[in-house]
Design a protein around this ligand. Structure first.
Ligand SMILES: Cc1ncc(COP(=O)(O)O)c(C=O)c1O
Length: 447
């Protein structure tokens, strides 16, 4: 191919350093050579004067304080484990998404260390430029085989997988029909796509059909989407019924299995496997950040869907891929789903026990004014945001880490303590947590 430099003499050293593109500035003469490229800060004191441009943010924070919903981030001092230390206090941890205890599994640690030794700490580029490593491809092949689909693409997070996919496969002439309690990443993806958004009542398949019927004759593509497991209430989406509806109206069917991955279906294969509706869901999203114990999100489906996302999903095109250690960790985690299914059995055993005890103690754990949980996510519904946050703080002081969740994460008036059971909690730890929750609730007038 002829180049623009054809026929001209080229200095190879200049090409190597790309000097031709660097504007050359004269170095300052009054600075010793060794210090010429040091950035000299004017002062070591942080910016302290209030910035009038940001006064509205300060006012918003003051408002949160007045409502009692301002929080500070609790800091984990050691490992994500059933008993660990946050802010220096030893607590029973009911707040993590580490469903199967894989965050600390020795095989995952070893895989991460070995991959770092072999391939280095980072991937160095976005996937489409130079950042696709053999181990990324291995992980995608592994997940595709596990989910029994043609192909898979891994994103940097579950959020990126949802937002990147919905915004890539829909355009402004299309429609998205979305459950009212779907995750924020789906909502953001829908907004980015500029498709027309229609929201159906929570798990209301008849309402979804009504909306589909209204737009039946419109020319755009239609996407029907639900969470496999709803992250704040722990109920399971009607995936099979919605998939049938999608087929009836020629809509694309998509499910977000962030909280179903590793939890529902055979060996944690997710909601499609749980409902036995293989082949009826076009786009299956999962996360690698919860039960899988590491970081990332994935999309499973047809080879063409995945090829299209390789070409058009913006987080894939414009954000650097995972370090090799993350991919190796996830590969090890999928092996464990196959070889240690007893973890999933223990998770469900603990879940049933914990739910039964909470209900027997008289707590509202969903199913009254909020959806009834069917999974290890068990909310303790309080209602009032301030009381919820106070209760969460009191639990922490008494030795239980259980996060208070209020508006805008859940609807106004539906504030709750969100608990998650894991396979690694012992019966003794669960009983002690129940004792603390019950005593603290009685002291606070919640029970
Ligand atoms: C339902 C749901 N979808 C997607 C996500 C995003 O997953 P990730 O944390 O891997 O970005 C979450 C996590 O908060 C979630 O709960």
């Amino acid at each position: 191919m002829p180049s623009r430099t054809q026929g001209k003499a080229i200095n190879p050293a200049a090409l190597h350093l790309n000097q031709m593109h660097i504007p050359h500035r004269k170095p300052p003469t009054n600075v010793p050579e060794t210090q010429r490229f040091t950035i000299v800060s004017m002062s070591n004191t942080p910016q302290s004067a209030p910035r009038p441009q940001l006064a509205h943010l300060t006012a918003a924070l003051d408002d949160l304080r007045a409502r009692g919903t301002y929080f500070h981030l609790r800091v984990l001092d050691d490992q994500q484990a059933p008993v660990c230390h946050y802010d220096g206090r030893r607590v029973i941890n009911l707040a993590s998404n580490n469903y199967l205890g894989l965050c600390n599994h020795p095989k995952l640690r070893e895989a991460a260390i070995a991959a770092t030794q072999k391939y280095g700490a980072g991937s160095g580029a976005v996937r489409t430029i130079a950042g696709t490593m053999r181990i990324h491809m291995e992980l995608e092949a592994k997940i595709a085989a596990f989910k029994n689909v043609e192909a898979c693409v891994v994103f940097q997070s579950g959020f990126a997988a949802n937002a990147g996919t919905v915004s890539a496969i829909l355009g402004k002439d299309d429609f998205i029909l979305s459950d009212e309690l779907n995750h924020a990443s789906i909502i953001d993806g829908a907004r980015l796509s500029r498709a027309k958004i229609k929201v159906f009542r929570h798990k209301d398949v008849a309402h979804a059909e009504e909306l589909l019927r209204e737009i039946q004759l419109e020319p755009g593509h239609k996407l029907l989407i639900t969470d496999g497991v709803f992250s704040m209430d722990g109920d399971i989406g009607p995936v099979a019924a919605l998939a049938d509806l999608a087929a009836k109206y020629g809509a694309i069917m998509m499910v977000d299995d962030a909280h179903a991955s590793g939890v529902l279906g055979r060996n944690g294969r997710g909601s499609v496997d749980h409902f036995g509706c293989h082949g009826k869901v076009d786009v299956q999203v999962g996360t690698l950040s919860k039960a899988i114990g590491a970081l990332g999100g994935y999309v499973c489906g047809s080879r063409d869907l995945i090829d299209y996302l390789y070409h058009r999903a913006r987080p894939f095109l414009f954000s650097t891929s995972h370090p090799p250690s993350v991919a190796a960790t996830c590969i090890a985690a999928f092996d464990i789903l196959e070889t240690e299914p007893e973890r999933i059995a223990r998770l469900w055993d603990n879940t049933r026990y914990f739910k039964a005890q909470l209900a027997a103690a008289g707590f509202d754990i969903g199913g009254r004014t909020t959806p009834a949980s069917e999974t290890p996510i068990t909310p303790i519904i309080i209602g009032d945001a301030r009381r919820t946050m106070d209760f969460s703080r009191a639990l922490f002081d008494a030795g239980v880490m259980a996060t208070g969740i209020a508006f805008p994460t859940v609807p106004e008036g539906k504030a709750r303590i969100r608990t998650i059971m894991t396979s690694e909690h012992t019966r003794e730890q669960i009983d002690r947590a129940l004792e603390i929750i019950t005593t603290t609730a009685k002291q606070g007038g919640i029970l």
